[in-house]
Design a protein around this ligand. Structure first.
Ligand SMILES: [Fe+2]
Ligand SMILES: [Fe+2]
Length: 291
């Protein structure tokens, strides 16, 4: 049976478009594992495939997170096409980088669903009742989404209950009174924790650990991450994809914003600034990645 899975090649990356709605890629946990094999990538452990499968489900407001990861992996492929082995490693890192959005390593399947549900919520206003989104507590944030009609009351109750139940299972102790900013940033820690636990290639874990360096936090919420070309390219591609998809910006505008962000954030860090700017320039030359 396993042989059949390996033989079954699925060549196209999952994409959010009309064609895929007609001809959907199998995004069950086993489907996800097959899909990696079809990409000539290592088959992820079942636990990882299960989480990626959860992250491939749409949350209504937001496109599924796994589709973002697929697009970022496509960008990695184009950026590193002259170095096939490195491109494969970067693609694999891109596909797994946000796996912690399904919560801590010890979270049950239901708790993982609750974390994915909370990550699916979009807070793009500057303030909600005079509170910036990052300072909302999880409890308050869910109440807002119920009031907006985005979530049913029963869904919010489920999410709150499950997140509270999972609180003792992680060093980060996220619960209903945690700030949304702490919840959002926790996913880096949970990605690293899970990939370590699953004994994923340590260079992949290292690349994933730095993927929010430009936002000012690593897995332990400190910025103590050594940056190299691989990490910088994943960070740049992650942000580029978000600007294109969620920000609905053109290639040129996204590149311009990224350049400014790097110049501002790393104004006093010459070495990393040069490294990031080189990555943005490399990315700028790769067109037609996102339609
Ligand atoms: Fe992330
Ligand atoms: Fe991401």
């Amino acid at each position: 049976m396993i042989f059949v899975f390996i033989e079954q090649k699925i060549s196209a990356l999952p994409k959010v478009n009309e064609q895929d709605k007609k001809d959907p890629v199998d995004l069950s946990p086993i489907g996800v594992r097959n899909w990696f094999v079809g990409q000539n990538l290592p088959r992820p452990p079942y636990e990882a495939s299960f989480r990626l499968s959860l992250l491939s489900q749409s949350g209504g407001q937001e496109k599924p997170h796994f589709f973002d990861a697929c697009e970022i992996s496509e960008i990695m492929d184009k950026m590193w096409e002259k170095d096939k082995d490195f491109a494969q490693r970067m693609k694999y890192s891109a596909l797994l980088h946000d796996i912690g959005k399904a919560g801590p390593v010890l979270a049950t399947a239901e708790e993982q669903k609750a974390f994915v549900g909370l990550f699916n919520l979009v807070f793009d206003k500057k303030e909600y009742n005079n509170i910036p989104p990052r300072d909302l507590t999880i409890k308050k944030a869910l109440a807002i989404k119920v009031a907006e009609g985005v979530l049913k009351h029963s869904q919010a109750v489920f999410i709150l209950k499950k997140i509270n139940e999972s609180a003792g299972k992680s060093d980060l102790n996220i619960n209903e009174n945690s700030r949304m900013a702490d919840f959002w940033s926790a996913h880096v820690f949970w990605s690293v924790e899970l990939l370590d636990f699953l004994k994923i290639d340590e260079t992949v874990v290292e690349i994933v650990s730095g993927h929010h360096f430009l936002d000012g936090y690593g897995p332990d919420k400190k910025q103590e991450v050594l940056i190299d070309q691989g990490k910088a390219s994943l960070i740049v591609a992650d942000q580029y994809q978000a600007l294109r998809r969620r920000g609905k910006l053109s290639h040129e505008k996204a590149v311009e914003i990224l350049t400014k962000k790097v110049e501002n954030k790393l104004a006093n860090d010459l070495q990393n600034r040069e490294l990031f700017l080189a990555c943005v320039q490399k990315l700028a030359k790769v067109k037609n990645m996102i339609n």
